[in-house]
Design a binder for this molecule. Structure first.
Ligand code: WTA
Length: 652
């Protein structure tokens, strides 16, 4: 094990498997070799402004930009003086080309209903809805709040906002009335868009009921548009609430896209901060659009004949960037699914892949761990031979879960792009380009062209190679966060103060001798055992490599001698028994995999781990439980409160 200097994190993970890009894949890929990647990377690093300036010509410009970048740390202005429109680049740009009649969106509802929109059809709906918004008084610069199920109208609403220069703030459909109201008030939203209800695991989610409660506390929101998704009874407030279909019936389909300045805001997206007050991450027009288009093309290597499916919810950044804006500006066919992966049964995702002959599948490690837990027979019942590329996002993936994904879903023929990025980065920052970069299970591999990462210690200086530290990005990139809505000071402090001049992302990472990056988890989650700083993911990956373990979370709890002891929470694969014997076996397993230092002092077996609504394990809450403390921090983003109660019960 490497000895780390103070402030650095020890690396205990041994992972030496390497999977080169399949030659058939590489032969057709946009970036088809390591040499091609390195050449592009060097070109971007040598002169980032020339690099991005050249690529930006791929967007439609109402007025050309005069300067590529004006960097007033920490505020970036990209493509200064230019005017473009994201909705134009996603829709109008494909009209009059062979893409106009290709499927832009393929949608599958949870009950099994489905719809397809070609680029022309989507363009028409977006123009009409843009006129609906205008008709209700929405103007350029107004904030429109969106709280909808995963239906095509959600994408239509976003694109319509972008078309007229309104700023959308999409709030995930699983959030409470309180959370909607908080965000509406923070953003001074003017209009709300919602639906009567949405489907989730066969149940109706009462969206309009939540909105009614939220709007009672959102004084800036004067009007509300309601989509009839389910047809259940809802309260419609005279003068405030309007039916989507009634407004659309009267709307004109003629609505030219508004020329927008490059730095005009496109959207706000709230992400949970550790302090509880949600942060409205601001993204703007041209830089974001360019970056999500190029990363979609590079990373997913999308071709015109592909069906591409990102399983994220549009309420998260992954859905914004890689269901809507990236794929549509790249002219791709983007599949959208409304419901849960286990509705009506655990084979639903595989059924959808088979039904639409999906070629590219992008999902989250939390979903992959659930698939493993549910058992292979769900997968075996379907034909997945259409798949040619797989991706992951949202958390680190444990190498054994990666191997399962590779074997079971990818049939050992599909490259896996483990994509590291954040709401704040707007788009993918690090990943193995599928035709160029050999993959290592558990590593997000290499930065994309134009992205310059570095791993530093708490003194801001680069750490020794192989050791962990804070991950920073040293140069501005086009889709970077432009600020926290209404709070420039918080933006500076959070991202541009601890390491001056560099973007501090809040994750730990290490870079190995091949220049591959390994994300080690959030800075706040590091364990400190006998003066050694350990990363959560490495202990968890060691546990998950045992066949009994489906999912694991590791945290530190106070310990008199060691500073912190290692406590782990483990969920088991179906068919395995919790108990003393397994506890002993797992300790031995961790000792063998990574060494005595990381052997858990406590192993808690649990039926489920507390997660955010986007599927990330909430280690912060587990720390409280492991230490026997009351939960003090913010719990509003937790997916299922009962998990916490059950975990506490297990302690008795
Ligand atoms: C984590 C999601 C390891 C990380 C796009 C990051 C990852 C946070 C990966 C951002 C990955 C995301 N490997 N960790 N491939 N992708 N993360 O804002 O901690 O919801 O900072 O954006 O998720 O989450 P967010």
């Amino acid at each position: 094990m490497a000895e780390a200097k103070s402030g650095q994190i020890v690396n205990v993970m041994k992972e030496s498997r390497l999977f080169p890009p399949p030659p058939e894949f590489a032969a057709k890929a946009r970036i088809g070799s390591m040499e091609a990647y390195e050449k592009l990377y060097k070109e971007a690093a040598d002169d980032p402004e020339a690099f991005w300036g050249k690529l930006a010509k791929e967007l439609h410009w109402f007025k050309p930009f005069e300067k590529v970048l004006d960097w007033q740390e920490p505020f970036a202005n990209w493509f200064v003086g230019g005017q473009t429109n994201v909705s134009y680049n996603c829709l109008d740009a494909h009209l009059g080309t062979p893409r106009q009649n290709k499927a832009a969106l393929i949608w599958e509802g949870e009950p099994g209903d489905s719809r397809v929109y070609t680029y022309q059809m989507l363009h028409r709906e977006v123009c009409k809805f843009a006129n609906v918004l205008k008709g209700l008084g929405v103007k350029k610069g107004d904030v429109v709040a969106v709280y909808m199920p995963m239906v095509p109208e959600l994408a239509i609403a976003m694109l319509a906002c972008a078309r007229i220069g309104a700023i959308h703030s999409v709030v995930f459909g699983g959030f409470s009335a309180e959370a909607i109201a908080d965000r509406n008030n923070d953003a001074s939203a003017k209009l709300q868009i919602t639906a009567d209800a949405g489907w989730r695991r066969g149940k109706q989610i009462p969206l309009k009921v939540n909105v009614d409660e939220a709007l009672a506390k959102s004084p800036t929101v004067k009007k509300c548009i309601v989509l009839k998704r389910i047809g259940c009874a809802v309260n419609m407030q005279e003068g405030r609430d309007f039916w989507w279909h009634e407004l659309m019936a009267k709307a004109s389909a003629d609505c030219p896209a508004e020329p927008m300045d490059s730095e005009d805001p496109l959207f706000i997206l709230y992400t949970s901060g550790s302090t509880g007050k949600p942060k409205g991450v601001k993204h703007t027009t041209a830089g974001y659009n360019l970056f999500v288009k190029k990363t979609t093309e590079w990373v997913f290597d999308i071709r015109d004949e592909d069906v591409y499916w990102c399983t994220a919810d549009i309420g998260w950044v992954t859905g914004h960037s890689y269901i809507v804006y990236g794929p549509l500006s790249a002219g791709a066919t983007s599949l959208m699914y409304e419901g849960a992966p286990n509705a009506p049964d655990e084979g639903r995702f595989w059924e959808i892949i088979e039904k639409y002959r999906v070629n590219i599948f992008y999902t989250a490690p939390t979903a992959i761990r659930a698939f493993i837990k549910w058992g292979d027979h769900w997968v075996d019942a379907h034909d997945l031979s259409s798949l040619r590329l797989l991706g992951t996002v949202g958390e680190g993936i444990n190498p054994e879960a990666w191997m399962w994904y590779h074997r079971k879903i990818g049939g050992e023929r599909c490259p896996i792009v483990d994509t590291w990025w954040q709401t704040e980065t707007g788009g993918i920052m690090m990943t193995p380009l599928p035709g160029a970069i050999p993959t290592k299970p558990g590593s997000c591999c290499k930065p994309l062209p134009g992205i310059i990462p570095e791993v530093v210690g708490e003194d801001g200086k680069p750490v020794e190679p192989g050791n962990g530290g804070w991950l920073v990005i040293t140069k501005p990139w086009p889709a970077m966060i432009r600020g926290i809505w209404g709070d420039d000071e918080r933006f500076k402090i959070q991202y541009y103060s601890d390491v001056p001049g560099k973007y501090l992302c809040g994750d730990n990472a290490r870079c190995d001798e091949d220049g591959y990056y390994w994300i080690m988890g959030r800075i706040d989650d590091v364990l400190n055992v006998s003066g050694h700083r350990l990363s959560t993911i490495e202990i968890e990956s060691a546990l998950v490599s045992h066949p009994a373990v489906a999912e694991a979370a590791s945290v530190g709890r106070p310990h008199d001698l060691k500073g912190e002891a290692v406590a782990v929470f483990v969920t088991l694969t179906n068919g395995f028994e919790a108990g003393e014997a397994l506890r002993k076996e797992l300790k031995g397993h961790v000792r063998k995999e990574i060494g005595a230092l990381a052997v858990p002092d406590d192993i808690h077996f649990t039926a489920a781990l507390p997660k955010t609504r986007s599927g990330k394990i909430m280690r912060r809450l587990l720390r409280d439980i492991a230490a026997g403390r009351e939960t003090v921090g913010d719990t509003t983003t937790i997916e299922d409160y009962s998990v916490l109660a059950r975990l506490r019960q297990d302690e008795d």
